[in-house]
Design a protein around this ligand. Structure first.
Ligand SMILES: [Zn+2]
Length: 348
């Protein structure tokens, strides 16, 4: 079975040649790492020695976000060819293979709005993205539950869902830290983000239908959506811009300390959501340039958007906008407004 991979050692190619599914198979590498292909875009690595970390890396949840796909594909390839040691249990996921093939964000529905059971709400599992969201949840569950938590070995679960944004950003890289339901934000995670060159963090205050919230809420994983820069076609990414994220993820996989100093709150731009602006009519209109950067802010009172008779103006000092998109369906989020925040009062 290993022959399917060994000639090219190219799991991404195997995935994209079989976007709708792959029969599971497995093999053991010369260094003792047990490799299992679970499905198209789903591959796990289990080292022979004892581990304490269960790490999930995901990319391609949005099919046209190529840089993270290239980073993860290279990591998988380096593991398969014995160039990268694995000292954690590792699951690597290429989220939406048909959309990667199509070079589009999605085929019919935004995969990153379908987790925590949202795939089965309303009309149910009516399209491949809904079916994939459900399958990815099952794979993550199976992976985290693959080794039971015992009294003497504390296992640490993490999930890093890697993305690139559609538009430029005032802060090129940023992470979304899912709502923790009052549990403390984790200092060690901020130092890991800093090692990845991510110093802007959006601290969520409500549940979400994202993959990262799912892993955090359902599995207690240290989990993040990480936006690594702007979307570019395959082969056109300046990989030097992602070098720190790449080397930190590789250090994590080897279970080596990442290169980062002590946590320093002043290095970070922390934000929290102030309001979510929902498109209510077909007349919804954004009142700024189409290529506006994420985290842009305007003076108090500035007109941001209109929706029929409704006007949205800047209400808070430092209020900044992210993910503006007037083309969403009615009832969907057209823009998120965020304000400066802090983790000092609830940090572990
Ligand atoms: Zn994305």
């Amino acid at each position: 079975m290993a022959q399917q991979l060994i000639p090219a050692d190219d799991f991404l190619k195997l995935t994209l040649n079989n976007p709708l599914g792959l029969a599971p198979f497995g093999f053991t590498l010369a260094n003792g790492i047990e490799v299992k292909v679970w499905d198209s875009g789903v591959i796990s690595f289990e080292p022979a020695g004892e581990t304490t970390e269960d790490v999930v890396l995901s990319c391609g949840v949005h099919g046209n976000e190529t840089a993270p796909i290239e980073i993860c594909a290279a990591i998988v390839q380096d593991i398969l060819t014995g160039r990268l040691a694995v000292n954690v249990r590792l699951l690597v996921l290429f989220g939406n293979p048909p959309a990667i093939n199509a070079g589009t964000r999605e085929i019919t529905e935004n995969l990153n709005r379908l987790f925590s059971g949202h795939h089965s709400k309303g009309a149910g599992l009516i399209n491949p993205e809904r079916q994939r969201a459900k399958a990815l949840e099952q794979y993550v569950t199976q992976f985290y539950q693959g080794l039971p938590v015992t009294n003497n070995v504390m296992r640490n679960r993490s999930l890093y869902d890697l993305h690139t944004a559609i538009r430029g950003s005032r802060f090129e890289k940023f992470a979304v830290y899912p709502y923790l339901h009052g549990k403390p934000w984790r200092q060690a995670e901020f130092t890991f983000l800093a090692a990845c060159d991510v110093y802007t963090v959006l601290l969520m205050q409500t549940p979400a239908s994202t993959f990262s919230y799912y892993a955090s809420n359902e599995h207690g994983a240290n989990s993040f959506t990480i936006e690594l820069g702007k979307v570019k076609p395959f082969g056109q990414n300046d990989m030097a811009r992602f070098a720190k994220a790449d080397s930190s993820l590789r250090a994590l996989i080897c279970n080596k300390p990442v290169k980062s100093g002590a946590f320093d709150h002043s290095q970070f731009n922390m934000y929290q959501v102030y309001r979510s602006i929902i498109k209510q009519t077909e007349d919804f209109k954004l009142h700024f340039a189409d290529d506006i950067e994420n985290f842009t802010s305007y003076p108090l009172g500035s007109l941001l958007a209109t929706d029929g008779n409704i006007e949205y103006r800047v209400e808070q000092e430092g209020e900044a906008l992210i993910f503006p998109n007037a083309n969403v369906a009615i009832g969907q989020r057209a823009m998120l407004m965020v304000v400066p925040s802090s983790v000092i009062d609830n940090l572990q």
